[in-house]
Design a protein around this ligand. Structure first.
Ligand code: GDP
Length: 832
C-alpha cells in the first residue's frame, strides 16, 4: 500500500518549493533501475522485501524479460524528510530512463522535464562512456547532477577491499564525474561539482537496498559529541584524520608523535563499521554482529529473528542505512521547480524572454498562462496515447480548452495548431495512472484525448501568442533502416496505421514511404530497430509482415569544384540558369547540423562563415537557402552579378533545391556538404514565361549536373564503438573489428581494474551481427556499445566504370527499384 493518498499528492503539488523532478541516468547495467526500486520502496509502493528485485518502473513485458529499461517511465512519489527534527513532506517526480545508447532519445526527453539528475556510477567500472554522454546531455539541459556511487557491496564481499582502498576508488569515480562537470561553466546554476561533504554524493548498494551520505554519519557523530553537523561532514571526506591522543582533527596522516599512520575519518567512522558489520554477518559471527546491532539500535522482531546470511545482511543494512533515505537526503538538495525554472527558461523557451509565457515559466507561476511541454507519447492502451510532459507555467485541468502547437507551428499562423479540450488529466504511477482534476506548474502530468494532434512532442498553452518550447536536441540519429511488407496484401492499411502509431511512440524512429513504394522504418541501431519492429508487430499493427535485411542510409556529396559551369534551360527555352557545385568545409557541415550556423540567424551565420571559415564577406551574406528540410547541410549561394528579375525566382530555386538535396542523382539519397553557386541567370522579361513550373525543373537538373561534374562520392555513417573487456580478450576484439573495416583509435587501461577500454570506429553497414560475433570471439567477455559518430566519405570515384563505388551505387539503385544504370551527365546538362 502506498504510504500516501492522492489528496496528499495534490496538495503538495501546490507547494512548489516542496517539489523535486529528477531522472536517474547511468551507463547500462550500473544499477539505475534497481536504485529506482529502492526509492520507490521507500515511498511505500512496493514492500521493502522485494526492493531490488521488483523492477517497478519496468512496465513492459519485454523489459522485464530483457532486464533493461527501454522506455522511460514516470512515477510520482511522496516522501517525509527529517529536517532538524521536523519531518517535512516532499513530492518527487521520478523518471527512470534507459542506459543503452540506442534509446538515448528517451534520456533527452526525460531530462527536458526534470531539474535534477541522480547519476549512478558502478564503483568497480567507474565513470563509463554512456555516463559521460548522458551527464553532458543533462548539463546542456541545465539539469543539476548528484551522484550515487553504486555496487559498494561488491568491494566488500567479492573484492574484500579494505576501507582505504575503497576510499581511493570512490574518490576516483567522483573526480571523473567532476572533470566532466567542470567543462560546463554555467554561472547561472551555481556550483555544480559533486562533493560528499556538500551532501550531493551518496554511496551504497542498490541491490541490497542500503546507502549513505556522509551527512548521516556526521549527524550521528555530532549528536554524540555535541559538535556542528556541517563541520563534521567536512571531516568525513578527504584528507582528515582523527588524532586520538590530542583529540583533534589533522590533515597529516602520519604525525611524528604517532607510531602508526592515523585512519582517515571516512574510513574510521564510516567504511570500517560498515565493512565489519557486513563481514560479521556473512561470516556468521553472531556474537560480534549482535553486539554491533545493539549499539546501532537495530532490533529484530518476530520472523526477522530467523533470518541469516544474505537475507539478514540486507535486512540489517536497510534498517541501519537505508538506500532510499540516502537518496531522499540528496534529492531534497536538488533545485525545486521554482529555483530551476529561473535559469532554465532561456534553454526551454523559443520566444522573447520578456513575454507572458517566458515570465510565467521563469516565475513558475500557477496563475500564469498555461505553458506545458509534452516530451513523449506514452501508450495508454492498444490504440491511444497519453501526452506526457511537464507544466512549466499556469495550471492544466480536465476539460480545459487549449492550443496544441506542434513543432512546425509558427506564431501568428494556424500551421500545426489545434485548439481542443483536454479530456482527462492523470498522473503516471509506473505501470498505472491515477486521475487528477488539475495539475499546477512544476509538476509532471499526462493528458488523455490530445494524441491525434501531437506526433512526438509539442507545446500546450492557453496564451494566443505563446511561442513553442525549444525542440529537443538528440545525440543520435536514425541510420539503420529496414523495409517492411505485409504478408497478406489486405493488411497494408493496418501496417500503415501501425507505423503511424510507432512513429508517435518513439522520438527517433522515422517511418516513411520511399519513392519505390517501400515502407521503411529507420532507427539508431540494430537493437532500436528490433524493438520498434516488435512494437509494430505486437502492439501497433497487429499483423504479420516480412522484414528486409537492415540497410544503412548514405549521403551524396562532392569532393571537388565542378569541372565546368553547368547550364539548364527551362522547358520553354526562355530561361537559362548556370550553377557550379563545390564541397563545404567538413567542420562547417557539422556546425550546420548542430544548428550553430543556419537559417535561424542569417546575420550570425554570415559572421561565423567569414570569421571562422574564411568565406568572402559578400558571399556569406548571399546564402539563399539551406536544405533538405530548409536546414540541412547544403546551400545555394547567389554569385550572380547584375542579374535581372533575380528576386522573382528565389522561391522557385529554393523549392527545387529542397527537392534535389533530398534525393540526389546518384541513388536518391540525401545530399550532404554541397555548396551550389548560382553563377548566372538569364530570364525572360515577361513574368508568365519564368514561373515556378518553368524554373523549378531546370534548377533541379542543374543541381544534379553540378554534383555529377564535381567528382561525387557517397558518405557512409560510422559508429563509435566502446568496448570494455579484460586484457586477454583484446586480440579477439581486434580480429573481429578488422574483419568489418573497423579501426581502433584508443585503448585505455581502466585504473584499478583488470579491464581495458577500447574505442573504435566501425561503419554502420558492417555492424549487423557485430555484437554477437564479438561475444563469440571473446567468449562473452566483451560488451560493445555503438553510437552514431560521423559520416565518412568513401574513397574512389562513383563515376569510374567498374569501380567499387560504382558497384555500391548500383546496388543501392537496385534495392530502390531505380534504373540499373549510373546517372548520365547528358541527362541533366543542357547545351546552349
Ligand atoms: P540499469 O541497466 O542501469 O537499469 O541496471 P539494473 O538496475 O538493471 O542493474 C544491472 C545489474 O546490476 C543487475 O543484474 C542488478 O542485479 C545488478 N546490480 C544493481 N545494483 C547492484 C548493486 O548495488 N550491487 C550489485 N552487486 N549488483 C547490482
Amino acid at each position: 500500500m502506498p504510504h500516501f493518498t492522492m489528496e496528499q499528492v495534490r496538495s503538495l503539488m501546490d507547494q512548489t518549493e516542496k517539489i523535486r523532478s529528477l531522472s536517474i541516468i547511468a551507463h547500462v547495467d550500473h544499477g539505475k533501475t534497481t536504485l529506482a526500486d529502492s526509492l520507490i520502496s521507500r515511498a511505500g509502493i512496493i514492500s521493502a522485501k522485494v526492493a531490488g528485485e521488483a523492477r517497478f518502473t519496468h512496465g513492459r513485458k519485454d523489459e522485464q524479460e530483457r532486464g533493461v529499461t527501454i522506455k522511460s517511465t514516470g512515477v510520482t512519489l511522496c516522501f517525509e524528510h527529517d529536517e532538524d527534527g521536523h519531518s517535512q513532506p516532499y513530492l518527487v517526480n521520478l523518471i527512470d530512463s534507459p542506459g543503452h545508447v540506442d534509446f538515448s532519445s528517451e534520456v533527452t526527453a526525460a531530462l527536458r522535464i526534470t531539474d535534477g539528475a541522480i547519476v549512478v556510477v558502478d564503483c568497480i567500472e567507474g565513470c563509463a562512456v554512456q555516463t559521460e554522454t548522458v551527464l553532458r546531455q543533462a548539463l546542456q539541459e541545465r539539469v543539476k547532477p548528484c551522484l550515487f556511487v553504486n555496487k559498494v557491496d561488491r568491494c566488500i564481499l567479492e573484492m574484500q577491499m579494505d576501507a582505504e582502498d575503497m576510499y581511493l576508488r570512490f574518490r576516483t569515480a567522483i573526480e571523473n564525474v567532476n572533470v566532466i562537470i567542470a567543462t560546463y561553466n554555467d554561472a547561472s546554476m551555481g556550483d555544480l561539482q559533486v562533493r560528499p561533504e556538500a551532501g550531493n554524493v551518496a554511496f551504497g548498494s542498490g541491490l541490497h537496498g542500503w546507502g549513505f551520505g556522509v551527512e548521516h554519519f556526521a549527524k550521528m557523530l555530532s549528536a554524540k559529541t555535541g559538535g556542528n553537523k556541517s563541520r563534521m561532514m567536512e571531516k568525513l571526506w578527504g584528507d582528515w584524520f582523527y588524532h586520538p591522543k590530542k583529540k583533534l582533527w589533522t590533515n597529516v596522516q602520519h604525525p611524528e608523535d604517532c607510531q602508526e599512520p592515523l585512519q582517515r575519518g571516512f574510513c574510521q567512522y564510516i567504511m570500517n563499521p560498515i565493512n565489519q558489520l557486513i563481514r560479521a554477518i556473512v561470516d556468521k559471527d553472531s556474537e560480534r554482529y549482535e553486539k554491533m546491532m545493539e549499539r546501532l539500535g537495530i532490533v529484530l522482531k518476530g520472523e526477522e529473528k530467523t533470518l541469516t546470511g544474505k537475507q539478514l545482511m540486507k535486512h540489517v543494512m536497510q534498517n541501519w542505512i537505508n538506500a532510499g533515505d540516502s537518496l531522499v537526503s540528496m534529492i531534497v538538495n536538488l533545485p525545486s521547480p521554482k529555483v530551476a525554472q529561473r535559469y532554465r527558461v532561456e534553454n526551454l523557451y523559443d520566444g522573447p524572454m520578456d513575454d507572458d509565457a517566458a515570465m510565467g515559466i521563469r516565475n513558475c507561476n500557477p496563475q500564469g498562462p498555461l505553458m506545458m511541454y509534452v516530451s513523449k507519447m506514452v501508450p495508454a492502451d492498444k490504440s491511444r496515447f497519453f501526452a506526457f510532459g511537464r507544466v512549466f507555467s499556469g495550471t492544466v485541468a480536465t476539460g480545459q480548452k487549449v492550443r496544441i502547437q506542434g513543432p512546425h507551428y509558427k506564431p501568428g499562423t494556424k500551421e500545426d495548431l489545434h485548439v481542443k479540450a483536454i479530456q482527462r488529466t492523470v498522473i503516471m504511477m509506473g505501470r498505472g495512472s491515477e486521475l487528477i482534476q488539475d495539475v499546477p506548474c512544476g509538476n509532471t502530468v499526462a493528458l488523455a484525448g490530445v494524441d491525434q494532434y501531437i506526433l512526438k512532442s509539442g507545446t500546450i498553452t492557453t496564451l494566443e501568442d505563446a511561442h513553442n518550447f525549444t525542440d529537443m536536441k538528440y545525440s543520435v540519429s536514425p541510420v539503420v533502416k529496414v523495409a517492411v511488407k505485409p504478408k497478406d496484401g489486405k493488411d497494408l492499411p493496418k501496417l500503415v496505421e501501425g507505423m503511424k502509431k510507432l512513429s508517435k511512440s518513439d522520438q527517433l524512429v522515422v517511418c516513411s514511404v520511399e519513392e519505390s513504394g517501400e515502407h521503411v522504418i529507420a532507427g539508431c541501431g540494430e537493437l532500436h530497430v528490433e524493438i520498434c519492429l516488435k512494437d509494430l508487430r505486437e502492439e501497433f499493427a497487429q499483423c504479420d509482415f516480412t522484414v528486409s535485411d537492415p540497410v544503412v542510409s548514405y549521403r551524396e556529396t562532392v569532393t571537388e569544384t565542378s569541372s565546368q559551369t553547368c547550364l539548364a534551360k527551362s522547358a520553354n527555352k526562355h530561361n537559362r540558369l548556370y550553377f557550379t557545385a563545390e564541397p563545404l568545409d567538413s567542420e562547417l557541415v557539422q556546425a550546420i547540423e548542430e544548428g550553430s550556423v543556419g537559417p535561424a540567424d542569417p546575420k550570425e551565420a554570415a559572421k561565423i562563415l567569414s570569421s571562422k571559415f574564411g568565406w568572402d564577406k559578400q558571399a556569406a551574406q548571399k546564402i539563399w537557402c539551406f536544405g533538405p528540410e530548409c536546414e540541412g547541410p547544403n546551400m545555394v549561394v547567389d554569385s550572380t552579378i547584375g542579374a535581372q528579375y533575380l528576386q522573382d525566382i528565389k522561391d522557385s530555386v529554393g523549392s527545387a533545391f529542397q527537392w534535389a538535396t533530398k534525393q540526389g542523382p546518384l541513388c536518391e539519397e540525401n545530399m550532404r556538404g554541397i555548396r551550389f553557386n548560382l553563377t548566372e541567370v538569364l530570364l525572360h522579361p515577361d513574368k508568365v514565361h519564368r514561373g515556378g513550373g518553368q524554373v523549378m525543373p531546370a534548377v533541379r537538373r542543374c543541381c544534379f549536373a553540378s554534383e555529377l561534374t564535381a567528382k561525387p562520392t557517397l558518405q557512409e555513417p560510422v559508429f563509435l564503438v566502446e568496448i570494455s573487456c579484460p586484457k586477454e580478450s583484446l586480440s579477439g576484439i581486434y580480429n573481429c573489428l578488422n574483419l568489418r573495416r573497423g579501426c581502433v583509435f584508443e585503448e585505455n587501461q581502466r585504473e584499478g581494474t583488470p579491464l581495458v577500454q577500447v574505442k573504435a570506429h566501425l561503419p554502420v553497414s558492417e555492424s549487423f551481427g557485430f555484437v554477437s560475433s564479438l561475444r563469440q570471439a571473446t567468449s562473452g567477455q566483451a560488451f560493445p556499445q555503438c553510437v552514431f559518430d560521423h559520416w565518412e566519405s568513401l574513397p574512389g570515384n562513383c563515376l569510374e566504370k567498374g569501380s567499387k563505388m560504382e558497384e555500391l551505387v548500383l546496388s543501392i539503385r537496385k534495392r530502390k527499384n531505380l534504373k540499373l544504370q549510373m546517372p548520365l551527365l547528358s541527362d541533366y546538362l543542357d547545351k546552349l
